[in-house]
Every structure is written in C-alpha cells, then in structure tokens.
Ligand binder design. Sequence first.
Ligand code: BV8
Ligand code: ZN
Length: 250
Amino acid sequence: MNLSDEFQRVLGRAKAICVLTGAGMSAESGVPTFRGADGLWKKFKPEELANFEAFIRNPQLVWEWYNYRRQLIEKVVPNAGHAALAKMEDLVDRFTLVTQNVDNLHRVAGSKRILELHGNIMRSLCTECATKTDDPHLATEKGVPRCKKCGGLIRPDVVWFGEMLPAGVFEEAERAAGLCDVFLSVGTSAIVYPAASLPQAAKRSGAYTVEINIEATEQSDLFDEVMRGKAGEVLPCIAETLQMTKGVKP
Ligand code: BV8
Ligand code: ZN
C-alpha cells in the first residue's frame, strides 16, 4: 500500500510521532475486538463485566471473564503491525505509543515507551492496599484471589468504565499528542473517552493526522488522511517509508 505524497513528505520531516492504538491493532493476532461483528461486547455486556460495581456484585463472574481473556491472550503473538510500531520507535527522535489495549502485545513486540491508558490484563491489584502483582495465573485458583498482605479482594489491573485513568498517564499522552508532527490512530472505534480526545488534541496542535482502520469511525472526517486497511498491512508500509525517508538501511 503506497503512502500519499503528502504523508511521505510529512514523515520525512517528522521529529515526533504519536500513535494511539485500539483493539483493532490486535485483531490480526486473534484477539477479539470489543465492538466488531464478533466483538466481546456482542457476547458479554460491558456493564456486567467492565465496571467496579459489577466486580463487587459478582467478583467470580468478572474474574472468569478476565481469565478467559488472559488465557486467550497467552496463546497469541504480536502481528506485523506491532512489530512495525516497535521498529518506528527508533526511527524518530520522539516516538510515543499510547494504547487502549490491555493485552500486553506491544510490550511483547518490543515497544519500550508505552502509555497504557486502560491498564494491563496480565497485572492484578489489591482493592484494599493497592498492591500490584504480575502473576497472571493467580486467579486460576478456585474462587476470587485474596491479597496475601491484607486479605483484600484482588481485581484485574485494568481501568473500568467510570474509573479514572492511571494518574499522569493520560496527561503524558495528551502532551505527546499536542507536540507531535504526525499522529496515527490505529484500530480504534474512537468511542471511549478520554482516549478518543487525543486525535482532536493532535489536530488542534497542527499534527498531520492519519486514521488506519478497516472501516470508517465517528472521527474519520477529522483526519488529514484515512488509510482504509488492516493494521498489520498498513503499519509495515509506514515503517518502511519512514526508514527510507530517514535514509536508514532496511
Ligand atoms: C473516565 C476495560 C473519568 C479494560 C475499557 C458517564 C460516566 C462516567 C464516564 C463516562 C460517562 N459517559 C462517558 C463516559 C466516559 C467513558 C466512556 O468513554 N464511555 C463510552 C462507552 C461512551 N469513559 C470512562 O469511563 C473512562 N474513564 O472517563 O474517567 C470519569 C470518571 C468518573 C466519572 C466521570 C468521568 C474509562 C474508559 C476505560 C474503559 N475500559 N475496557 C478491558 O477490559 O479491556 S474500554 C474498552 O473500549 C477497551 O479498553 C478498549 O480499549 C476501549 C476502546 O475500544 P477500541 O479499542 O476502540 O475497540 P473497538 O472494538 O471499539 O474498535 C475496534 C476498531 O478496530 C474498530 O473500529 C474496527 O473497525 C477496527 N479494526 C478491526 N480489525 C482491524 C481494525 N483496524 C485495523 N486493522 C484491523 N485488522
Ligand atoms: Zn492488600
């Protein structure tokens, strides 16, 4: 897939790139999206699973849902799109990867500077003393895991609806969006806030904004350019073009 002349020109001069990714980024790895035809919200109701009240009401059910997703994610690998973003990180002075995804695939693909807006499904958190654990198997024991330190209920370390994002993470993402030359929005339906406000922030500050998605979203008209295609196919083209414009040997 060729990039437009304008996009190639902007990439050649870019010093700072900011990328926002959503569930569509991991679709080609086999991780179901939320709102697509076979999305998670088709089978499960977010209000029953992705909020704190639901967790307190039925922690066992919520943990079953997260364990189902963890086991699924443990079987998948990053795709060419994740690898392309990891490669792009070293091709410009300032590269910021902001993800709404909790599936850890950007980290597995080698990206280093990742802002996880919605947490990470492989981490757990005590609801009483906020102790974090990286043990993704802790919730496979029967019943709901309890904190070894204080006996409190342990929850997945993800941001649920109505919850604040991790302190400082969104502010850092907003700064990166406001200072970048190129902003890419990849595989997100642009419905969930405050993440969905980042493309507008980039646009307002004069960045060249590109949406990469297999279908139109509520925000498509806002972008300077829309590349209709799969993340795993489009992002390697962008990384390759960036490499060439920077005169870096492939
Ligand atoms: C907040 C949990 C401040 C983790 C998720 C009333 C009261 C309180 C808040 C609100 C309110 N009204 C609105 C809000 C804000 C609310 C919100 O935005 N609601 C929406 C639904 C309207 N936001 C919040 O609550 C946030 N917190 O605002 O705090 C506050 C606090 C209290 C009171 C007031 C304010 C917290 C948001 C985080 C919610 N947590 N998940 C988990 O289990 O995963 S959201 C969930 O949606 C996921 O985290 C996901 O990341 C996120 C966004 O979804 P997408 O990633 O975009 O995925 P989706 O399936 O939708 O789209 C996939 C796209 O990919 C599609 O466009 C598809 O075409 C494309 N695609 C598919 N395949 C490919 C592809 N593209 C490219 N290539 C492919 N191969
Ligand atoms: Zn505790």
